[in-house]
Ligand binder design. Structure first.
Ligand code: ADP
Length: 387
């Protein structure tokens, strides 16, 4: 195997997204169909990204995948669902008479290597960036140019929102086969360039309860979740879309916070209850509210993914230690807290409670990397040794 070159090697990157109208709960576990639509902001890949290389070769004897340098079990059902789906689309394309640039390639095995440049499985949406990147990269390898929502969604629901840049809606759809459960862009990243996103990393540990199990229990036991999905989310989707189109930050920030709070309320309404908020997260939310009250308007919003990252859409800097290990990403001008603001915030700092902060902005969707030096797999189809 080592002597033969892989026939096709493609490397792509994909972004993380943070929901401002949350997805929580599936109506179909197998197809990953949600009980409500959701809307997210795609974050810039200059700060957070997944890079994935896929290669196919006649010489490969089995499908294999490496994640962050470690070989993973390729038999995982979600991975298998993505592979099956992309090969199905490729076959369909071929049977529709499209010329196949790579005859026989459909029967070839694939090797995949992927890396996240941020903590995996800690609440920073590595599954979304990871599966979007997988779908996008495999599509290029297999010559598929149709909508990839289903391929990405079968890996992780929110991954379909990482297939586009800017502001992205995932429509829940109505069909039992999920063909209308797709993501599309509400506005491109260029639409609202002043928007800044601060990710406050409180912990980089694995979540106490994975999203899949958490959602399932919520769907089974929370009447509040059912009410939210049926009676509240449709109007919120319309209002959030308006806020984005009109760049209405006041309403955007407030609705983002309310939707995040409602998500946490459904977690508490779940039986047994789930909690993704730490004491530090609660203090940050308090801080944002006091900050806004002091300024008399919503200058900052706070919404939470899961315990690892508290995501704030924010226009203002704060008095932060400015060491590059603490403050990563876009340059942020730290300001000195005035006595007046200090009194208004009414909290003493808790050193060490926030591990680090990533300053970022709205960004584009997945990208193909043309530089062969970017490939994570070597000519033998195995991961390149770490540099
Ligand atoms: P997160 O909050 O980071 O999305 P999850 O526990 O929901 O955490 O998902 C993490 C899982 O997503 C990983 O265990 C792995 O199965 C998958 N995943 C993460 N990154 C990638 C990647 N780059 N490529 C493929 N799958 C990935």
């Amino acid at each position: 195997m080592a002597s033969e070159k892989p026939i096709v090697v493609v490397t792509c990157t994909a972004p993380v997204n943070i929901a401002v109208v949350k997805y929580w709960g599936k109506r179909d576990e197998e197809l990953i169909l949600p009980i409500n639509s959701s809307l997210s902001v795609t974050l810039h890949q200059d700060q957070l990204k997944t890079t994935t290389t896929a290669a196919i070769s006649r010489d490969f004897t089995e499908d294999r995948i490496w994640l962050n340098g470690q070989e993973e079990d390729v038999g995982q059902p979600r991975l298998q669902a993505c592979l099956r789906e992309i090969r199905r689309l490729a076959r369909k394309r071929r049977s529709n008479g499209h010329e196949d640039p790579l005859p026989l390639s459909l029967s070839y095995k694939v090797h995949v290597a992927s890396e996240n440049n941020f903590p995996t499985a800690a609440g920073l949406a590595s599954s979304a960036a990871g599966y979007a990147c997988l779908a996008y990269t495999l599509a290029r390898v297999y010559g598929v140019d149709s909508d990839l929502s289903e391929v990405a969604r079968r890996g992780s629901g929110s991954a379909c929102r990482s297939l586009y840049g800017g502001f992205v809606e995932w429509q829940m759809g109505e069909r039992p086969d999920g063909k209308d459960s797709i993501a599309h862009q509400v506005a491109p990243e260029s639409h609202w360039p002043e928007l800044r996103v601060l990710i406050l990393v409180v912990s980089a540990e694995r979540k106490p309860m994975g999203s899949t199990a958490g959602m399932q229990t919520s769907v089974e036991t929370s009447a509040l979740l059912k009410f939210r999905a049926e009676a509240l989310v449709p109007a919120r989707m319309a209002e959030m879309t308006r806020c984005i189109r009109e760049r209405d930050f006041q309403a955007f920030g407030q609705l983002t916070m309310k939707d995040s709070n409602q998500f946490h309320a459904t977690c508490l309404d779940t039986f047994p209850p789930i909690s993704y908020l730490s004491d530090t997260s609660r203090r940050i939310i308090q801080l944002v509210h006091r900050f806004n009250a002091h300024h008399g308007r919503t200058k900052a919003g706070a919404g939470l993914g899961a315990p690892g990252g508290l995501h704030g859409a924010c226009f203002a800097g704060g008095s932060l230690p400015s060491s590059p290990r603490f403050l990563k990403g876009l340059p942020v001008e730290p300001i000195l807290l005035s006595d007046e603001l200090k009194a208004a915030l009414g909290m003493d700092p808790v050193p060490g409670s926030i591990r680090y902060i990533i300053a970022t902005q709205v960004g584009p969707g997945p990208q193909v990397l043309d530089d062969p030096g970017a490939h994570l797999l070597g000519p033998d189809g195995l991961p390149k040794p770490a540099a």
